[in-house]
Design a protein around this ligand. Structure first.
Ligand SMILES: Cc1cc2nc3c(=O)[nH]c(=O)nc-3n(C[C@H](O)[C@H](O)[C@H](O)COP(=O)(O)O)c2cc1C
Length: 267
């Protein structure tokens, strides 16, 4: 059976032109902002790290991108991501939080053009991030739970990002965090973790599955276990990044992968 695209290249390019024309969310226009670090060492939850963590002289040049896939710029997902970012910063890793915005994000057109270009024909935030992957050592993708799944913003974003630029993520640690009012968190988390494990990315762990519960940032901050889970995730990701860097420095090469074998179930 052929792998012919579901839409023609001509119509994909036409669509892309229209999308580019109307694209509000180019990288330059996106709200990329460095994570603020509180001056007294207190995290957004108000808790304080032990002295040895705050004073550790373990600054690195490493940087993690945290993507907020909620329509709410500073909502519950942001609150969770901020806690992860704060722990990363305290462990010497720089962070940036990127909000995907509240404009609709197109799904993958399945045109296959990215296989030859490495970029999506829809020239929006997906390409902007794809072109910056090399600048980051790790990635955290955050989403609110919408109907027991990841949001309709981050799902198409990640589909297109990983379909067009998945190879660039190999060997870079990833983690997903989700925020929900009550249920569906593990399903959404499992969905997001799938992007990492199909792209040779080590998955950073925590002490519990990476979820917070709440309908508002205040409620999330009251989820003390959830917030601690976020801090532990940040610590673990920093540790993983340092282990990988130490391995490289000691001559442990990154894996050289075989040429991809792709079989389907129709023979
Ligand atoms: C369309 C929609 C669907 C939702 N579905 C769920 C759900 O399945 N389970 C749940 O616990 N909360 C659900 N919620 C609540 C949000 O997941 C929860 O309020 C989340 O913490 C909001 O995060 P945010 O402020 O970053 O957007 C839903 C909210 C919306 C808007």
């Amino acid at each position: 059976m052929s792998n012919s695209p579901k839409i023609s290249r001509r119509s994909a390019l036409k669509y892309a032109g229209a999308a580019a024309f109307g694209a509000a969310a180019t990288y330059a226009g996106m709200k990329l902002f460095p994570q603020r670090e509180s001056s007294d060492g207190a995290s957004p939850s108000g808790t304080r790290e032990p002295q040895h963590v705050r004073n550790s002289k373990n600054k690195t040049d490493m940087k993690v991108l945290l993507v907020n896939g909620s329509p709410h710029k500073t909502g519950c997902t942001f609150t969770a991501l901020s806690e992860v970012a704060s722990a990363l910063e305290k462990n010497g890793v720089k962070t940036e939080i990127l909000w995907l915005g509240s404009e609709p994000v197109s799904g993958c057109l399945g045109c296959g053009i990215c296989r030859s270009t490495g970029l999506c024909v829809l020239n929006d935030s997906v390409n902007a991030v794809a072109e910056k992957v090399s600048e980051f050592d790790g990635f955290v993708f955050g989403s609110p739970v919408h109907y027991a799944a990841a949001s309709g913003f981050i799902t198409p974003f990640l589909d297109r990002l990983f379909y067009s630029a998945g190879k660039r993520f190999a060997c870079k640690p990833g983690a997903a965090v989700v925020s929900c009012r009550r249920a569906g968190s593990t399903a959404a988390l499992e969905q997001l973790n799938k992007y990492f494990t199909i792209c040779n990315m080590p998955v950073a762990p925590s002490q519990y599955w990476n979820m917070v519960h709440g309908n508002s940032p205040d409620e999330v901050r009251k989820d003390l276990e959830g917030m601690q889970t976020m801090r532990t995730l940040g610590q673990n990701m920093a540790w993983l990044l340092k282990c990988i860097a130490a391995g490289k420095a000691a001559g442990v090469d990154l894996p050289a992968y075989e040429a991809r074998v792709a079989t389907n179930f129709i023979r």
